[in-house]
Ligand binder design. Structure first.
Ligand SMILES: O=C(O)CCC(=O)C(=O)O
Length: 265
């Protein structure tokens, strides 16, 4: 599986419309990848709380601008696209969610995932958005994907649920984020830890730039089931990283070091 992570620059001096077009063009350049991944809340910025309500969109490509643009870009490139997340306006009421969108190479919206653990304690996302309740996996033809978003990375039990999912446990965990630079070491530590403890690949895709005054960590990485880093961004600027995942490595690591069999809870 060839995976490409697009560490998108999110700065306030670029409009959401312009960024959407720019990102769609970048996705179109990724034909040949089996999976393309974008970061969390890249249209508006993960910390641009005051704009969440105004920039909220529907997840359905028939009525949401980002969903429509990403559906078309996935189809034009012929790639599976994890389009990162948007501020989703619920079609059934006023609630907002931090919702990831996954498209097939035909441009079909295959899965959505509403972030379960909201960040901010008594402010920001935690007060402005509603929480998702369901872990979500995606039936990519090469490997089942497990979805999580940013702060979810701090909650290992979600990842256990994803690798245990029926009918097929996740073998590639996809984690878009807008992780702040001041906790960059936590981001890289947790991303590798989730790979090692679950013996799966982890695709951790952050944003570049500074949004709403919060410098971003960047530090996107593609990590294998042994915890080795196959590709990573070293700077905090907009960057694309690509790696070829040998998916047979999941079984090889689990067979040669069968730690998951020793779970007791
Ligand atoms: O957990 C953290 O340190 C960062 C989480 C975060 O920024 C988010 O979930 O948006």
């Amino acid at each position: 599986m060839r995976a490409s992570l697009l560490q998108i620059q999110v700065d306030p001096d670029e409009s959401v419309n312009s960024r959407r077009e720019r990102v769609a063009s970048l996705v179109r350049e990724q034909s040949g990848a089996d999976l393309v991944v974008l970061p969390e809340l890249w249209p508006v910025g993960a910390f641009a709380f005051e704009r969440f309500a105004a920039e909220a969109e529907y997840a359905d490509p028939a009525s949401g601008a980002t969903a429509l643009a990403m559906s078309a870009a996935a189809r034009d490139a012929g790639v599976w696209l994890h389009a990162g997340s948007i501020v989703e306006k619920s079609p059934t009421g006023g609630d907002l969610y931090n919702t990831s969108l996954v498209f097939s190479p035909e441009g079909q919206l295959v899965r959505t995932y509403r972030k379960i653990h909201r960040f901010g304690f008594d402010r920001g996302e935690a007060t402005l958005m509603s929480a998702g309740t369901e872990p979500v996996t995606v039936p990519h033809p090469l490997a089942t994907l497990g979805l999580a978003t940013c702060y979810d990375l701090r909650f290992p039990e979600l990842f256990r649920a994803l690798i245990d999912a029926e009918p097929q446990g996740a073998r590639v965990l996809v984690v878009p984020a807008g992780w702040p630079a001041k906790r960059a070491e936590h981001w890289t530590l947790f991303a590798r830890t989730r790979a090692v403890e679950n013996q799966v690949f982890v695709l951790a895709c952050g944003t570049a730039g500074t949004h709403a005054g919060v410098p971003q960590a960047g530090r996107s990485a593609i990590i294998d089931p042994w915890g080795d880093v196959l590709a990573e961004t070293t700077g905090t600027e907009e960057t694309v990283i690509t790696a070829d995942l040998d998916l047979s490595q999941v079984d090889k690591v689990r067979d040669s070091f069968p730690v998951l069999k020793d779970r007791v809870v």
